[in-house]
Design a protein around this ligand. Sequence first.
Ligand code: ADP
Length: 631
Amino acid sequence: MDSTVNEEPTHEDTILENVQVETSSEIEVPAHLIDQVIGQEHAVEVIRKAAIQRRHVMMIGSPGTGKSMLAKAMAELLPKEELQDLLVYPNAEDSNNPIIRTVPAGKAKQIVGAHKAEAKKRAQFRNTLMMLLMVGIIGYSFITMQWLMGIIAAAFVFMALRYSTPKDEAMIPKLLVSNDTTATAPFIDATGSQAGALLGDVRHDPFQSGGLETPAHDRVESGAIHRANGGVLFIDEINTLSPGSQQNLLTALQEGEFPITGQSERSSGAMVRTEPVPCRFVMIAAGNLDAVQGMHPALRSRIRGYGYEVFMSESMEETPENREKFIRFIAQEIKNDGKIPHFDQGAMAEVLREGRRRSGRKGHLTLKLRDMGGLIRVAGDLARQDGVELTTAAHVLAAKETARSIEDQISDENSRRLKDYDLSVVKGTSIGRVNGLAVTGADSGSVLPIMAEVTLSQSQFGQVIATGLLKEIAQESITNVSAIIKKFTGQDIQKLDIHIQFIGTYGGVDGDSASVSVATAVISAIEGIPVRQDLAMTGSLSVRGDVLPIGGVTYKIEAAAKAGIKKVLIPASNMNDVMIEERYRSMIEIVPVYHIEDVLKEALVPENEAGFLSKIKNMASRPAANLLDKT
Ligand code: ADP
């Protein structure tokens, strides 16, 4: 079982051959957004169908996989003939209940324009009249020498005309929603909107009376639901919308219209309530799996009942066709950015290689494309700084260093700190100490040393002693592995206090993948057998001692190599997910393990043959231990 696998992925050598074009400028980018979406064939199909039938869609999946892109693409697909403009008029009978009118798209601006011109004409007439009157009065008083009367009369005329002016303006309707006739159906992103921005609002009027007030209809503001009328309303992280807003959104969906009222209770806007305002939109709700659970059940069932639910893929199989699409994606991002130089063949091959790596699965390409787009832009920026015509592989490699995630940078910082304090040991042997491996975030691994110490318990039952989150993790791993420990050590750990410490971690630790390390550390501590420190391990343990697969194996191995570790044990079933960068390959040996016994054989250093290893040899007759026959 110690067959080490260091061979290249089979198609790694041919990666350049796969890129058929010389530079990305030769690649044609489709005109329609929907045709630019790659790898989400199912979602694309659903969007096309939903656009024809005007159905709502719920999209569940990781960030950056194209949810908002698809929503935008749907807006392009919707017919624009039916688009309307919305106007709000003052209501002479009840000023707190402004009137709503719909007109064909493009018309509203003309109407408001005409009203304004009319008001202006009247104002001009009034001004001229005022001038004439004043000149008359002043002239008359000059002739008759009645100064006082003249001034009073002039002021009177001035006031009278001045204060009748706003009345005219107060009659001009307000443009609430305007749609250009040439554009596509509206796409409105209402992610993270407060109630006012989502449902519309009426502004507060500080004066409220006395001739200085702003008329109610003029203070009406449309909400995202109204601006999305005839188009698409996109809401990401739908579960973060307040329950009240979700309820109102449901009403809007059901009625197809929703009146606008002031959203803050104590504002004068709250007294105003318009006639119902049309809001016939297609809703695209998005989020991760939590979003489904956090969502208002009635809203969810409305979408389910009258629409589709799609799950976004995170990776796609690397077929020649998909590879071509991935390369087209590079060209798309460059074209959409508009400022960065095109990529040469080598640069495209490097991006493709990174796409493989990030998929975390053999023979797949990642579809978390927002991050890939980020990498492409950083590489392009570097090329631009260099003042060259084409972005090269060297720029992409440099960009990978620059465009690292926060988690990855923190992990490096932690490793540095571990080194500073001499906490990271990658040489020699040590009892009860194991170099475990952890992932933080999506793309960052770190070495996570684990220490175990065992003492005879004073009380009848021993306990697992650890702090905080670690306690839970350790407790669970130890419960899972207690049978295994008993088998290997002959000790009933119920009578022992087991102290576990994870060294130098502050943040999240993926507990399950530490169970192999925890078990090894405990067995080493109980038996007093040293553990090799130039070795690191990751893996989850079943109660029977089988090593089960874990996530993020590539990043964990890279972290181990970076720390100077020479050998890493990983679950055999994860072997296909290993896509470490070229430069790490010669630095570290990767050993697949199937069972905890494989782990112990690799990691523990028996003092003498008569010691621990022979003990497990003796157990070889037992069914679960027969793997050890080969020792
Ligand atoms: P989400 O809404 O799922 O978080 P976005 O749609 O905002 O992701 O994606 C961000 C950007 O990443 C897009 O504008 C596009 O450039 C790129 N992108 C994401 N997914 C895809 C995809 N499936 N095909 C092509 N480009 C994509």
